[in-house]
Design a binder for this molecule. Structure first.
Ligand SMILES: [Zn+2]
Length: 325
């Protein structure tokens, strides 16, 4: 984890591994201090607070959660007394998708030899994902701390005379997707509508919304974008992300029309230029999402996490690469 200065007042903490839970955070060091996303566990959140402490010594007075996923909200509790801001959907969604008990249970059971062996047979993907998480994360003692300042479409902060816009763009990757734009410094904090050099994991939303959101970021003409996952980028990151989603959507349609399942499709579709992106077998999730749209299913149809990780695992094995999540 390293801190980067992005502009005069914008900073980012970037996680280098780019695997699941390795999310980025941002800081705007004026107007009381604003932190954007709070990491996946208390240890990473503390490390992020220490790094940002070099450029904003007191505790930031505001936190923005770009969406409801655990890897962006599980450090909220360390910002005691801060105003936590997010889209109106986020508190309820956090209770649904970011309840820490299940993840705590998973990592504890993988820590036990016998349950690990049993799980390896039953859910090899979930077990492998859990083992990967155990390398870097500890979900003990995490409590959900929900946002309290909620907005619907746009929200504006005035930080010592410098405007910061929160723009709701969801659901494209997740229900609460929000981007943060600081026009005076030409910076966008994109949350998980932008993955850089790593395969996106889209949960709830539509391809169309996602394309619209990427077009909107392009219209804002930022010099620097802080993605939710992966290294800092400029407009090249937006173009590549859009090209990837278009590629997956097109290839998925061919497979869907041919009558094969989403899992078969994900095994068949070439990684192509995206084989160098971290965790390329996460392709399965994007294919499955495309299939849901082709079948006219609601964008918020729930995911079975165990089955999803198992499918990613199977795609990796079929492609002869080490399963990574
Ligand atoms: Zn994320």
């Amino acid at each position: 984890m390293k801190m980067h200065q992005v502009s005069d007042h914008c900073f980012a903490v970037i996680n280098e591994k780019n695997r699941v839970c390795d999310a980025n955070s941002g800081l705007i060091n004026c107007g009381g201090g604003v932190v954007i996303d709070t990491q996946s566990d208390l240890q990473h959140a503390s490390q992020m607070i220490d790094l940002f402490g070099a450029v904003w010594p007191s505790m930031p007075q505001r936190v923005i959660n770009t969406h409801e996923d655990a890897d962006h909200v599980w450090g909220n509790q360390l910002f005691e007394g801060a105003e936590i801001i997010a889209h109106r959907s986020v508190p309820e969604r956090m209770k649904q998708v970011a309840e820490p008990k299940e993840s705590q249970k998973l990592l504890h059971s993988i820590g036990h030899f016998l349950t690990r062996i049993a799980m390896k047979t039953l859910h090899p993907g979930l077990e492998a994902a859990g083992e990967q998480l155990l390398e870097d994360y500890n979900f003990d003692n995490i409590e959900l701390v929900l946002p309290t300042t909620l907005f619907d479409t746009r929200y504006e902060l005035n930080l010592d005379g410098k405007p910061v816009h929160l723009i709701y763009v969801g659901p494209c990757h997740q229900v609460g997707d929000t981007i943060i734009h600081m026009p005076a410094e030409k910076v966008v904090f994109a949350g998980d509508v932008l993955f850089r050099n790593c395969t996106p994991m889209g949960w709830t939303g539509s391809f169309e919304k996602w394309f619209n959101c990427l077009d909107l970021i392009a219209q804002l003409e930022p010099d620097v974008i802080v993605p939710g996952h992966g290294p800092l980028c400029g407009m090249d990151g937006v173009r590549e992300m859009k090209a990837y989603l278009q590629y997956v959507q097109n290839e998925s349609k061919i497979c869907f029309d041919a009558g094969i399942t989403s899992l078969q499709a994900a095994k068949k579709i070439e990684f192509g230029p995206y084989s160098e992106w971290r965790a390329p077998a996460r392709l399965y999730m994007n294919v499955e999402r495309a299939y849901r749209e082709f079948r006219n299913e609601p964008p918020d149809a729930p995911w079975d996490s165990a089955a999803t990780f198992d499918a990613i695992y199977q795609v990796a094995r079929a492609k002869g690469i080490t399963p990574e999540f």
